[in-house]
Design a protein around this ligand. Structure first.
Ligand code: ISE
Length: 352
């Protein structure tokens, strides 16, 4: 491979556009070579908006992701199409031998994610990274370092909160788990060092502002060391994008700083009229901007060297999150029953 990675992005929604803008702003060793979207005018508008930033006039436009993968125009692919297309497109990239950064979740179901892992296991070299960007967030990295230092004693419990301003329309309660909670399902075992082995779903009074799904929801995740993780998800919270995490240890509580303090450096906290206020981000892009950029840089550097990025989520990690998410949805369907999470081997052998 050359010393420059020609990248193709599939999907021009929120995340496809965000990755495209990050690449256009400059990632060492990377060039945005192509953009694919079934909606040609959207793909072209994005390409045109970025064209001026590139010496060669900007990325090529495709209306079919598979055509782009097979075109020879790209040597690595970012998949940011809607969730149900992730697994089929990932399989096409693996077949073409292209490194791929696939947005989370790898697939909406464990069966589809397992198919990708089986295809990946059969390759001579690893190609697949899944975009669980919190692994690159300075705040979560600091939490993990602090835990590893042992200064606070053993981890006993964690409490997380995940709030979005507005739920995606047309989705039910299970999407809160498979699309949003998967971030916690990925990051909490990454923090604690132990897999989630048992889950339980609960919900109480629901918001009258959304009828399509139960909002908020509460998840209890027990890991293999017995650590209990509570996760509250409110995906139609209105007031702002808000992600919190507290580690309860034997001798201390350790938590992420409040989100507003972390957002853009040019924001201020205003104290006036007997009140103190600062802005909340409207979604995850500003909150996790540093994480997305670090993830992209690590993936580009590693792809140029023919390996996976240090610290990224693998296809197996992503399969594990989907298996846990499915167990939570089972608990939801069984009115909050405690559900044992199947093993990865069971998922890979179709026994989950
Ligand atoms: C969205 O798809 C994301 O991936 C965000 O990071 C997450 O916070 C949000 O809940 C999801 O809907």
């Amino acid at each position: 491979m050359s010393d420059q990675l020609s990248i193709g992005i599939i999907g021009t929604g929120v995340m496809g556009s965000d990755h495209a803008h990050n690449l256009a702003r400059g990632v060492r060793g990377a060039r945005l070579a192509a953009i694919a979207d079934a909606d040609e005018s959207r793909a072209r508008a994005l390409a045109d908006s970025l064209g001026g930033a590139q010496p060669d006039g900007g990325p090529r436009v495709f209306t079919d992701g598979r055509e782009m993968i097979a075109s020879g125009a790209v040597d690595a692919v970012i998949i940011a199409a809607p969730d149900p297309f992730h697994a089929p497109l990932a399989l096409a990239c693996l077949e073409a031998g292209l490194p791929v950064l696939c947005e989370k979740p790898l697939a909406p179901t464990a069966a589809e994610a397992a198919e990708v892992v089986r295809a990946h296991d059969a390759l001579a070299r690893p190609l697949m990274t899944v975009g669980f960007m919190r692994r690159f967030d300075p705040g979560y990295l600091a939490l993990r370092d602090r835990l590893a230092s042992g200064a606070d004693g053993a981890l006993l419990m964690t409490h997380s909160v995940h709030r979005n301003v507005e739920a995606y329309p047309g989705q039910d309660s299970s999407a809160t788990v498979t699309n949003s909670a998967v971030h916690e399902i990925d990051i909490l075992p990454w923090l604690s060092g132990h897999e989630v082995v048992e889950v339980q779903w609960a919900a109480g009074r629901a918001s009258s502002l959304i009828s399509e799904r139960h909002d908020p929801q509460l998840l209890l995740l027990r890991d293999a060391a017995g650590v209990l993780h509570t996760v509250e998800l409110q995906v139609h919270a209105q007031y702002g994008y808000d992600v919190r995490c507290e580690l309860v240890c034997e001798r201390a509580s350790v938590e992420l700083p409040p989100v507003p303090a972390l957002v853009e450096a040019d924001e201020v906290i205003v104290s006036s009229g007997l009140a103190r206020s600062s802005a909340y981000p409207a979604d995850w892009r500003p909150r996790f901007a540093a994480a997305y950029r670090a993830e992209l840089a690590a993936w580009v550097g590693a792809s140029l060297e023919g390996r996976l990025p240090d610290g990224g989520a693998t296809a197996r990690d992503a399969l594990r999150t989907t298996v846990v998410a499915e167990a939570i949805v089972r608990s939801m369907e069984q009115d909050g029953a405690r559900i044992t999470v199947p093993s990865i081997d069971d998922a890979l052998n179709g026994r989950a």
